[in-house]
Design a protein around this ligand. Structure first.
Ligand SMILES: [Zn+2]
Length: 321
């Protein structure tokens, strides 16, 4: 029914109208994982779907580096029409393998936010460990597909040491050993691959912290360490300046206003979040909302979000409820 309503909206020209009326607002797209086929585990976007999305963006929007979009936002002037910036979180290798070839083909700029301890192969992402545990044949009740979101919500509220202990305890209960190195689908890019992408002139590498903690679970000293240490580790790994930051998880409960100031004082020029929105002149460059795109996002939904229908729908909802 929802899909039918969307089709009617599209054929009535409302998508094009929404795109036109929202042209002065920017879109920052947020991706995480990519795959060759239709393997939607990990919320991966297939190469085929990514190609269709990029072709649509090239036809109807102006795809710019995130840094350029932020510069315009900070200028206080109206934004260029229909600006879109692409971002990819975490730094898994499937970005290099599956999306980077498309970026080169379409000549599209992208910002990749990497977790520095992950790239340094000191550890793999705790969120991926949970997903890996959930995939095991004899997984536990709380990691059942219907309950895993609730489990993540619970983990997000814990201090990092408690959270890690909880994940280890689940592995013990399942009698499995979490591998020291991540399995292929959760593997990170290497420094060489990141440098190669940066040298292409298409990819900017930003920071996504050292250990992917939820900032609201940290002390002020710990969040400062995450911001400054990740920045220096990435800068020394790439020999490039790091400008942009991405809050781990990035939902309203996951950071406090003081963290936005910390990001600025640590020398970053912007920070992105994960909740939905479209930045416009006056938006805080240290709290930029994004549009999430995953394997479950079909092309019609993708258009609904990037064309602006979702934005107007959200405004209507908040006006009436
Ligand atoms: Zn992340």
């Amino acid at each position: 029914m929802k899909r039918l309503a969307l089709r009617i909206l599209r054929s009535s020209g409302l998508f094009a109208l929404a795109r036109k009326t929202s042209a002065g607002m920017a879109r920052i797209l947020m991706y995480h994982n990519f795959s060759q086929g239709d393997d939607a585990s990990n919320g991966a976007v297939s190469v085929e779907a990514a190609r269709q999305q990029l072709a649509y963006l090239c036809e109807h929007f102006q795809i710019v580096p995130l840094i350029k979009l932020v510069e315009q936002l900070k200028s206080g002037k109206p934004l260029d029409s229909r600006m879109v910036a692409l971002t990819v979180d975490d730094g898994r290798r499937n970005f290099y393998e599956f999306l980077f070839p498309l970026l080169k083909e379409f000549q599209i700029p992208t910002t990749v936010f990497v977790v520095s301890s992950f790239i340094r192969r000191e550890d793999w992402l705790w969120t991926d460990k949970v997903l890996w545990l959930a995939e095991q044949p004899l997984s536990v009740e709380e990691l059942h597909p219907d309950k895993v979101e609730h489990f993540f919500a619970r983990m997000n509220r814990l201090r990092p040491e408690k959270r890690n202990a909880c994940i280890d305890l689940i592995a013990q209960r399942m009698r499995v050993l979490i591998p020291r190195e991540p399995p292929a689908q959760y593997a990170p890019c290497s420094w060489t691959e990141l440098r190669q992408m940066v040298d292409s002139g298409l990819v900017e590498i930003g920071s996504h912290s050292v250990t992917h903690p939820i900032f609201s679970s940290l002390t002020d000293e710990e969040s400062w360490w995450e911001l400054t240490t990740s920045r220096s580790q990435i800068e020394s790994g790439l020999e490039r300046k790091v400008e942009s930051f991405c809050f781990p998880n990035g939902q309203p409960m996951d950071y406090f206003p003081l963290h936005l100031g910390q990001v600025e004082r640590a020398g970053y020029s912007s920070a992105v979040l994960t909740h939905f929105g479209m930045p416009c002149p006056g938006s805080n460059p240290y709290a930029l909302p994004r549009i999430g795109v995953g394997g479950q996002t079909n092309f019609l939904s993708f258009r609904k979000y990037v064309d602006g229908i979702e934005h107007y729908q959200a405004q209507l909802t908040s006006a009436f409820w």
